[in-house]
Structure formats: structure tokens, C-alpha cells
Design a protein around this ligand. Sequence first.
Ligand SMILES: Nc1ncnc2c1ncn2[C@@H]1O[C@H](COP(=O)(O)OP(=O)(O)OP(=O)(O)O)[C@@H](O)[C@H]1O
Length: 304
Amino acid sequence: MIEARALTKRYGEKLAVDDLTFTVKPGAVTGFLGPNGAGKSTTIRMIMGLDAPTSGEVTVNGRHYAEHTAPLREVGALLEARAVHTGRSARNHLLALAVSNGIPRRRVDEVIGLVGLEGVASKRVGGFSLGMGQRLGIAAALLGDPATLVLDEPVNGLDPQGILWIRNLLRGLAQEGRTVFVSSHLMSEMALTAEHLIVVGRGRLIADTSVSEFIESASRNSVRLRSPEAARLRAALAGPQVSVTSAEEGLLEVSGMTAAEVGRIALREQVPLEELTPVRASLEEAFMELTDDAVEYGIHQEAS
Ligand SMILES: Nc1ncnc2c1ncn2[C@@H]1O[C@H](COP(=O)(O)OP(=O)(O)OP(=O)(O)O)[C@@H](O)[C@H]1O
């Protein structure tokens, strides 16, 4: 369990994390979502005791990170992907971590098996691919068999096979009853991996909700239709909550009405329809809409 209360971090003038209060519960994958610069990494560093809050606090399994006597057994972390440049083998890297944290040596081979690195465990880590490096990072996070896992952008730079592997692994770990908190700036990836979402923008909390509710609330749905009498239909569709646009002659895009409602009006007006299609906003669009004014280096700023 991770609990943040009024968590705030200021770097000089910059408020990187602004009064965040949220709880990450065990038994589900919780996505930590926000555009670049939203404050995700800063929040994760404070969870892991690598950065001190300016005000507020965050606890893991009921205590501040620094108060745990055996932190690796409480919380495992994969921080922003960076290759471990070392001449050590993967097994020796993990062994060193285990020994210095009072973890039995046999656990090393267990985690190597869990992440599928058996074949390369005696190879130098310095020569690992990004995907192998990520697996090794996850092995290190799992070493202490922690109840809580925190992963910062674990799928960055991975191929589809690697992404699928991480998705299944995280789901499995949550099913075992662990708390799994995983950051990403990719809405579509999180929708497939997470059940719950904490969404931030410019350091502030935008949403703390289930994935399905988030998509429902953020979706901007519309109806596309084609008719040889589009102009007449357009006039009949007009209303205070309805907006109609037309990108080409005969084609209308209607917001604020369901396809059924549009169909009934067309029937009433005796207007023939050649196409009537509900258009659902994509997940990325839904996410962009919600975080639009929260994007630090968004198109709007670049344009201005
Ligand atoms: N050490 C620091 N000193 C000054 N500013 C910082 C520092 N660390 C982060 N920031 C700023 O705080 C804000 C939040 O950064 P953070 O890295 O937490 O965002 P993020 O959501 O993880 O973004 P990304 O997806 O790009 O990693 C950004 O404006 C960043 O420039």
C-alpha cells in the first residue's frame, strides 16, 4: 500500500509535485499516468526516499521508506530505464544486492527464473540489450519478495514482445495480492495493463479512478453520417447541445447526439442516409483531452 498525503515538491520556482493525495491499494495494477513533466518521476523518487518532500508525506506499507529496516523486502523499484554499465554478470549483480540486503542467495536464482534470464545470467550486464536490462531491473526489484512494487516507465523502448511480457508479469504480481504502481505517459498501454489510474498533470491530481470510468468520462463521442441531403439534415439536427461540422460535401460529424437520435431525426425528415457511424474517441484522444491544459510542453505552448 502506498499513501501520499498533500505530497508537494518544489525545485526553486518550479512546483514539480503539487499537493498530491492518493492511495495505491494492493491486488491491482495501478497506472500512474501523465504527460511528460507532469511530476511522475519526482513522486516516485519521493516514494522511494530518494528525494525529500517540500511538504506533505508519502508512506509505503504504513511507513516512510527510510523507516523500513529492510526496505528491499517492503518495496521493489524499477526506476527510469538506464542500463547498468557493469562488468559484473547478471547473477553476480543480483548476488551483491542480495548479500548487502540480508536476502538468501537462493532467491537470486529464483528471480532470474521469474524474469527469464537463465540463459544469460552469467553474461556481463554491460552487454545487455535494453529489454534484458529491464528484465534484470525487475529481477532486482523482486529480490526481496516485496509486497509493493513501483516501476517508472517500464515499457519505454521495449519491443511488442517485451511489452506483453511486462504486462502479464505485472498483472500476475497484482493477482498475488501485491501493490503494483506503474508510471507511463502512454494511455493505450495503461488501459491494457492497469485496473486503476492515478492521472496527474503539472504536478496536480487530475483523476483517481478505474480505467473504465476514466475512458467513459473522457470520451468525446460523435456520430458520422453521409447523406445526399446533408444540408437539410444539418438544419434539422441543430440544437443547443449539438454541434455539427462538415469536412466535405455530404459528410457531417455530429457531437451531442447518439446515432439512434440522429437516425430518428433523419427518418422524421425523410432524409436518406448513406452512412451512420458512432465515432468513439480513442483512448489517447480521451487522455489528451483531460490533460490538455496540463501538458507542460504541449503544442499550444510551442505554437505561442
Ligand atoms: N532535480 C530537479 N531540479 C529542477 N527541476 C526538476 C528536477 N526534477 C524534475 N524537475 C522538474 O519537475 C517537473 C516534473 O518532472 P518529472 O520528471 O517528475 O516529470 P515526469 O512526469 O516524470 O515526466 P517524464 O514523463 O518526462 O519523465 C518538470 O518540470 C521537471 O523539469
